[in-house]
Design a protein around this ligand. Structure first.
Ligand code: SF4
Length: 106
Protein backbone atom coordinates (compact mmCIF):
# COMPACT_ATOMS: atom_id res chain seq x y z
CA UNK A 1 0.00 0.00 0.00
CA UNK A 2 1.43 3.41 -0.90
CA UNK A 3 2.66 5.42 2.08
CA UNK A 4 0.31 8.38 1.46
CA UNK A 5 -2.72 6.09 1.27
CA UNK A 6 -1.69 4.26 4.46
CA UNK A 7 -1.17 7.58 6.27
CA UNK A 8 -4.58 8.82 5.13
CA UNK A 9 -6.30 5.65 6.38
CA UNK A 10 -4.51 5.80 9.75
CA UNK A 11 -5.31 9.49 10.23
CA UNK A 12 -8.94 9.01 9.26
CA UNK A 13 -9.34 6.04 11.61
CA UNK A 14 -7.64 7.87 14.48
CA UNK A 15 -9.90 10.89 13.97
CA UNK A 16 -13.01 8.72 13.95
CA UNK A 17 -11.94 6.92 17.14
CA UNK A 18 -11.23 10.21 18.89
CA UNK A 19 -14.69 11.47 17.96
CA UNK A 20 -16.31 8.27 19.22
CA UNK A 21 -14.38 8.45 22.50
CA UNK A 22 -15.45 12.01 23.20
CA UNK A 23 -19.07 11.21 22.25
CA UNK A 24 -19.02 8.28 24.68
CA UNK A 25 -17.58 10.45 27.45
CA UNK A 26 -20.22 13.11 26.82
CA UNK A 27 -22.95 10.46 26.90
CA UNK A 28 -21.91 9.29 30.37
CA UNK A 29 -21.93 12.80 31.87
CA UNK A 30 -25.25 14.17 32.96
CA UNK A 31 -26.41 17.76 32.89
CA UNK A 32 -26.33 19.52 36.24
CA UNK A 33 -29.87 20.19 37.43
CA UNK A 34 -30.59 23.41 39.30
CA UNK A 35 -32.08 21.48 42.23
CA UNK A 36 -29.03 19.33 42.89
CA UNK A 37 -27.40 20.20 46.23
CA UNK A 38 -24.16 21.52 44.72
CA UNK A 39 -26.12 23.62 42.21
CA UNK A 40 -28.26 25.06 45.00
CA UNK A 41 -25.18 25.76 47.10
CA UNK A 42 -23.51 27.62 44.22
CA UNK A 43 -26.65 29.41 43.01
CA UNK A 44 -26.34 27.69 39.61
CA UNK A 45 -28.83 28.61 36.92
CA UNK A 46 -29.01 27.03 33.46
CA UNK A 47 -29.96 30.47 32.14
CA UNK A 48 -27.76 33.12 33.74
CA UNK A 49 -30.34 35.82 33.02
CA UNK A 50 -32.57 34.14 35.62
CA UNK A 51 -30.08 34.65 38.48
CA UNK A 52 -31.52 36.58 41.42
CA UNK A 53 -29.02 39.42 41.54
CA UNK A 54 -30.30 40.54 44.95
CA UNK A 55 -29.10 37.20 46.33
CA UNK A 56 -26.05 37.09 44.05
CA UNK A 57 -24.88 40.69 43.54
CA UNK A 58 -21.76 39.37 41.85
CA UNK A 59 -23.86 39.03 38.69
CA UNK A 60 -25.54 42.42 39.05
CA UNK A 61 -24.87 45.40 36.84
CA UNK A 62 -23.36 45.65 33.39
CA UNK A 63 -20.23 43.71 34.29
CA UNK A 64 -22.16 40.98 36.10
CA UNK A 65 -24.43 40.56 33.10
CA UNK A 66 -21.38 39.50 31.07
CA UNK A 67 -20.74 36.47 33.29
CA UNK A 68 -21.64 33.07 31.85
CA UNK A 69 -20.32 29.56 32.27
CA UNK A 70 -18.98 29.75 28.74
CA UNK A 71 -16.56 32.53 29.69
CA UNK A 72 -15.68 31.19 33.16
CA UNK A 73 -12.12 30.00 33.59
CA UNK A 74 -13.39 26.73 35.11
CA UNK A 75 -15.42 25.86 31.99
CA UNK A 76 -14.23 23.53 29.24
CA UNK A 77 -16.39 23.60 26.15
CA UNK A 78 -17.77 20.25 24.94
CA UNK A 79 -19.77 21.61 22.02
CA UNK A 80 -23.50 22.27 21.66
CA UNK A 81 -23.27 25.02 24.30
CA UNK A 82 -22.45 22.64 27.15
CA UNK A 83 -19.21 22.01 28.95
CA UNK A 84 -17.55 20.60 31.99
CA UNK A 85 -16.79 22.62 35.09
CA UNK A 86 -13.74 21.83 37.21
CA UNK A 87 -15.69 22.86 40.33
CA UNK A 88 -18.41 20.27 39.61
CA UNK A 89 -16.78 17.04 38.40
CA UNK A 90 -18.79 14.53 36.39
CA UNK A 91 -21.47 16.99 35.32
CA UNK A 92 -22.16 19.11 32.30
CA UNK A 93 -23.08 22.74 32.76
CA UNK A 94 -24.82 25.04 30.32
CA UNK A 95 -22.72 27.54 28.39
CA UNK A 96 -25.37 30.23 29.03
CA UNK A 97 -25.48 29.24 32.73
CA UNK A 98 -23.85 30.79 35.75
CA UNK A 99 -23.00 30.14 39.38
CA UNK A 100 -21.53 32.17 42.21
CA UNK A 101 -18.13 30.50 41.74
CA UNK A 102 -17.72 32.18 38.36
CA UNK A 103 -14.07 33.09 37.75
CA UNK A 104 -12.94 35.42 34.95
CA UNK A 105 -10.55 34.11 32.34
CA UNK A 106 -7.13 35.72 32.64
FE1 SF4 B 1 -20.36 27.73 35.41
FE2 SF4 B 1 -17.96 28.64 36.23
FE3 SF4 B 1 -19.94 28.17 37.98
FE4 SF4 B 1 -18.68 26.15 36.81
S1 SF4 B 1 -17.77 27.65 38.23
S2 SF4 B 1 -20.92 26.34 37.09
S3 SF4 B 1 -18.34 26.99 34.75
S4 SF4 B 1 -19.94 29.74 36.35
Amino acid sequence: MPTNRRRFILQTTAGALTGLASSAALATETHLAEDEPIAVALGYKIDATQVDTATYPKRAGAQGAQQFCRNCSLYRDRGNDVGTCSAIPGKLVAGPGWCNAWVPKL
